[in-house]
Design a protein around this ligand. Structure first.
Ligand code: R5P
Length: 291
């Protein structure tokens, strides 16, 4: 297999290339003055299996287009099979109709990626596994939660309480609990679909004197974690940390979370930032080697 390191995941791609030993395919990228991207493969991919590593966090639309362009270039230049490695898959949260008149964004994204020449896709902690049913080609989601939990074990946080900020993330807290060896629980969160406003409660939670790690798939505006931290403080948690796979951390999210009493934010390199303290490289490398 050969590997293309997309511009949005260059560092992660380098690590994957190191671990797998796959040959890198150099790519020339240019952005024209009007904002359009130009892509050109600078080595042969004829009759090769090709993996393209490209996350699709902000700016989602241009990262998606670049992914499609790289796939199309690979296919046109004779690649046998193209595997997209998309650590953060944009638009996966809109995988169904919530309000009349909406579209199903992920369906359109999948159709575009297929048309571009992608044969299979690997992502990490897709927001809801139901989104995988929208794919017309093989797609799988890996979980980075054990890697995040191991990071905390190395910091000495064994037996920490693994908290899901809503019931939907309980499976995430349970995966973390298996590594941490403490308890797990969840808050309840309700989102008003019209205003986007959320409310959280933690009626049955007992975390007095506990070190609590709030695990989530995504931190976007940080509102969910800030709300959870407030509840944890009221309930007497001693130390509060948060870990997520996809640290989008929009605007002042990081500051708001830290101001809310969270001691550290730990994210993976699915979305590269200074909070990317856990690399997905070993997880993705194993998945690629197993193809
Ligand atoms: C929602 O169900 C997700 O798992 C996250 O909790 C959510 O996307 C976080 O968003 P924010 O950081 O804006 O509260």
């Amino acid at each position: 297999m050969k590997i293309i390191l997309g511009p949005s995941s260059r560092e992660l791609g380098e690590k994957i290339a190191e671990l797998t030993g796959f040959e890198r395919v150099p790519v020339a990228f240019r952005v024209f003055p009007d904002g359009e991207t130009y892509v050109r493969l600078e080595a042969s991919v004829q009759d090769e299996q090709v993996a393209i590593v490209q996350t699709t966090s902000k700016p989602q639309d241009s990262n998606l287009m670049q992914l499609a362009f790289m796939a199309n270039a690979a296919k046109r230049n004779g690649a046998k099979k193209v595997t997209a490695v998309v650590p953060y898959l944009a638009y996966a949260r809109q995988d169904k109709i919530f309000l009349e008149g909406e579209n199903v964004s992920i369906e359109t994204v999948v159709a575009m990626l297929k048309a571009a020449g992608i044969d299979q896709l690997i992502t990490v902690n897709i927001h809801a596994e139901t989104a995988l049913s929208k794919f017309s080609f093989p797609a799988k989601t890996l979980t980075a939660i054990p890697l995040l939990a191991e990071h905390f074990v190395k910091k000495g946080c064994t037996k920490a309480f693994a908290l899901a900020p809503d019931k939907g993330a309980m499976y995430i807290a349970q995966q973390a609990q298996q590594i941490l060896g403490g308890e797990a629980g969840s808050l309840e969160k309700h989102r008003d679909r019209h205003t986007g406003q959320t409310t959280q409660t933690g009626t049955h939670l007992n975390v007095k004197g506990e070190t609590v790690i709030i695990f989530d798939d995504i931190i976007s505006t940080g509102g969910t974690i800030v709300g959870a931290a407030q509840i944890l403080r009221e309930k007497g948690a001693t130390h509060i940390y948060t870990a997520c796979v996809h640290g989008l951390l929009i605007g002042d999210a990081e500051k708001r979370i830290l101001d809310a009493g969270v001691e550290e934010i730990v994210a993976t390199d699915s979305v590269p930032s200074k909070n990317s303290k856990v690399t997905l490289a070993p997880l993705i490398s194993e998945a690629l080697k197993a193809l």
